[in-house]
Design a protein. Structure first.
Lengths: 110, 174
């Protein structure tokens, strides 16, 4: 079976580990530091995102329309995943599933 | 006790920012904490108790977004020290020997140097375009002197571009 990924989704893949967790955190509106904490939590401590990395990711994701600013409070910007962002995230998760599936049998034989 | 202010001059190439970060940390460990950064590598230090401050330099021009940019860093525990021509200086106390970073992966770190490369490339192109030509110049006898200055600057920027580019490829090829 061949995976069908629309070209405008495909061009953002694969996401870096940090970008993946950042997008996952933005399924709900969150500001910078809240995203950092959420990433730490959902990745079970395997990924921590630095402030510079996060600020750069916000700029890049907003520019490509994968996230949008929903509010600003006390100089904190809250971002949320757009529908395009959700599509990209879903496609990435699908890829992870394929990767995990294809690797599973191999790991057991070793 | 009156705390003394010490000014120091030190030159770093832009791709040596990590060496600069280490130097600033050593200064703090000796009780000299960066108070402000001036132009052309002039640093002001305030004397005090030795502290294990870890310094991190970002290269970015957040322009109108600077308040939100600084807020994000402050929320993450970074103290803002100041800016020197696009370089943003932050510090944070080391905890349990752990050295905090602002760029947590090589890709985003390379992005920092790419912003620097773009800036250097713009200056470089401007130098090329603006270099006075014999046919159009009204500089007379000064023309050759000005042209030599331009050539030196162009050579410096070629050197800057090459080394910044080298730093980026170090980070991206792994």
């Amino acid at each position: 079976m061949i995976m069908q990924e629309p070209a405008d989704v495909r061009k953002y893949l694969p996401l870096t580990e940090a970008t993946y967790y950042i997008m996952l955190a933005l399924l709900e509106p969150r500001h910078g530091y809240a995203v950092m904490q959420e990433v730490e939590k959902t990745s079970q401590g395997t990924v921590s995102v630095g402030a510079g990395t996060l600020y750069g990711a916000f700029s890049a994701l907003e520019k490509s329309g994968l996230i949008r600013k929903v509010s600003e409070e006390d100089r904190r910007k809250y971002y949320l995943l757009t529908s395009k962002g959700r599509e990209v995230l879903a496609a990435q998760i699908k890829r992870f599933e394929i990767m995990a599936q294809s690797g599973r049998g191999v790991a057991l034989q070793q | 006790m009156e705390s003394q202010t010490v000014k120091k001059f030190r030159w770093f190439w832009p791709w040596q920012d990590e060496v600069e970060e280490d130097w600033l940390r050593e200064m703090s460990q000796q009780g000299l904490h960066l108070a402000s950064v001036g132009v052309f590598g002039i640093y002001s230090f305030a004397g005090g108790q030795p502290q294990d401050y870890v310094y991190r330099l970002d290269y970015i021009n957040p322009a109108k977004d600077k308040p939100a940019y600084l807020r994000l860093f402050q929320d993450a525990g970074w103290e803002y020290v100041g800016e020197m021509s696009g370089w943003q200086y932050f510090r944070k106390l080391a905890q349990n020997g752990e050295l905090p970073v602002i760029y947590s992966d090589a890709e985003s770190k390379a992005e920092k140097y790419r912003r620097l490369l773009v800036f250097q490339a713009i200056i470089f192109l401007m130098l090329l375009v603006l270099m006075p030509k014999a046919e159009t110049s009204s500089l007379g006898v000064f023309l050759e002197i000005v042209q030599v200055i331009y050539l030196v600057l162009i050579a410096i920027y070629l050197f800057l571009l090459t080394n910044t580019w080298r730093r980026i490829s170090q980070l991206t090829k792994r």
